[in-house]
Every structure is written in structure tokens, then in C-alpha cells.
Design a binder for this molecule. Sequence first.
Ligand code: 13P
Ligand code: SF4
Length: 311
Amino acid sequence: MTAVSTDLISEILELKRARNAVILAHNYQIAAIQEVADFVGDSLGLSRQAAATDAEVIAFCGVHFMGETAKILSPGKTVVIPDMDAGCSLSDSCPDEKLAAFLEEHRDKNYYVIAYINCSAGVKALSDVIVTSGNAVKIVNAAPADRNILFVPDQNLGAWVMEQTGRKMDLWRGSCYVHVEFTRESIHRIKAEYPGAVVVAHPECTHAVRLLADEVCSTEKMVSFCRENPAKDFIIVTESGMLHRLRREVPDKNFIPGPTDHCACADCRYMKLNTLEKLRDCLKNLEPQIHIPEETRAKAERSVRRMLELS
Ligand code: 13P
Ligand code: SF4
């Protein structure tokens, strides 16, 4: 670590103390942010932390919808994010006004709306329950048997949940631009290079890629799966930040990034907008901050809390 970054880290830790802040970071954050965070995890773990923290300020290093989820659960706290432009292609694929129009058009279906957490507060407010990749199977299994289900916004995660639960759902046609970059060919190639390696993929990957995986799971489950599995080598088919978390917590194993057709690994351009400097600045300035109109927040809180109760 350079002298400059050591100074920067001291500055962040001092600001954190002065602000009575907690730093939450998603598994896809750069290594330096994961190292300075109080908690690093998947969307479910981060939501639980955001709901339970005593801190006055939550500095959320992830993407915008994650900061929004923290604000939905802890409206009295100040929630800051390092970069307001850190969005999510999956969330963008389902704007709340489009979902509202779709539900209006299909009133006869009386949909029970299940939304993957990768969506805006406006979409959460229109949904009956929220899921993450870590609890989607359990929550869909618990959905009312007599209702039609609309699953938004990820068609790949939705298809995987249908395979796991046998429950039929109508799927919104959204996807994550990072996970659809992994292809059957790119995974075949890396498997040929590491023939004994176990393939672990995120459920946002396409069906063709999931078929090549030995395990399909959330980023948090990847850590326990790789720790407990007797294999030495693992091909990790998700965003590259995950490799740091795995190497840190399971140091005796070898983690190989899943490649795409163009790159040796896959980076989420939104997650990677966050830097230590921007984290320092958001703690210093308490900007950019997450604000949600109260009516939307309160409606969204119902569906997020239902998720927490069911998981
Ligand atoms: P996890 O909840 O599995 O960490 O996934 C979040 C995400 O954005 C995946 O692209
Ligand atoms: Fe969104 Fe995909 Fe980035 Fe996750 S990896 S934040 S789903 S764009």
C-alpha cells in the first residue's frame, strides 16, 4: 500500500468516527474499498446491516439501488454514496412508470409482483415482495399459490428461480449487461484450460452459461460454497470484485475469473465508479445523499420488510 493511500485510509477512518458512520460495501467493490469497509457482503446481507445499524450515517459503496434500499429501511439516517452515477443496467431495464403501465394494462391478471432487489424505490413501491439472489427460491416458494406471479426485472434470475421452484412466472425482459457477457464459448474455453476446476456462476448469467456451472448462487453463498467444497480450483462466473473477497476469506484455494468473449474477467462499470477518494469526499461533504419521496419510501419499505421477514 502506498503512503498516499495510507493517508487516505486514515482520513476515511477519522471521518467515519467523526460522523458516526458505518461503511457498507458490496462484494463487487474494488479491493481497497472492501478493506476499509465495516461490512462486505451481498445484497441481502447489506440490507440486513442497513436495517440494524446504530450509526447515524451509512456510506454505501455499491450502486444507487443499494443506497436506496438502505434509506428505505433506515429513513432517519443519512445515506451517502460515493458516486451518484453508479447505477445498474438491470434496474434501468424496468422504469417504474413502465411497470405501472404494464400492471394497469394487465389488471385482469391480478399479478403478485416479485421484484429482484436490483430495481428502483419506485419499482419496489409497486411490488408485493422483494427478493435477492440469496433468498429468491425461498420467497417464490412461499408466494400465494392462487396468484399469477410477475417477476421483475431480471429474466435470467427469474428463469433460474422457475427451474428451482417449478413455479410458473411471467418474466420482465431485463438483464444485467455484465452477466450476459459470459457465453457458452467463453466458459468452455476456461474449463478446457482448468479441466479440474469447479464452475460457480451467479444466477444473473444466461441459461446456456448456468448449464455449464457446478453451482449457481448468490455472491455470499459463493464464499461458503468454495470454503466447504473439497476442490482446490474454482472458476468464478460473476463480476471481478468477487475474486478479492474470495481470496481474502478462502486463502488456501485458487480462484480463476470467468472470462467473457472480449475480456479475461468482467467488471461492472457502475460498481467500479466508486473510489477511495469519492468515499472520503462523501463522508466529508455528506453528499451525494439518497433522498426518496416519503410516500414511495413507505410503500417500498413494506415489500422490503416482507422480504426480510421471509428470509
Ligand atoms: P448479490 O446479491 O448476489 O451480491 O448480487 C448483486 C448484484 O448486483 C449482482 O449483479
Ligand atoms: Fe447491476 Fe449488473 Fe452491475 Fe450488478 S453487475 S450492479 S446487476 S449492472
